[in-house]
Design a protein. Structure first.
Length: 65
């Protein structure tokens, strides 16, 4: 159980760190060419919505059986 909790916390910390670094780079950057983001958050959002929709659909399918 501790292993899975560690995985979840580690993933959450990694995503939060990338988010903070990306937001900080856009604020601190003097030039627009120097502010390249580490993560394309539009793609992350799209993938997250696809994943959550798939999980909801599977949950409905399993709970209706």
């Amino acid at each position: 159980m501790r292993f899975f909790l560690g995985l979840i916390v580690g993933c959450a910390l990694t995503v939060m760190a990338a988010y903070v670094i990306d937001n900080r780079a856009s604020v601190v950057g003097v030039d627009a060419t120097n502010t390249q983001q580490m993560v394309n958050w539009d793609i992350v959002s799209q993938n997250w919505h696809q994943f959550s929709d798939r999980v909801r659909g599977e949950w409905r399918r399993l709970s209706s059986s």
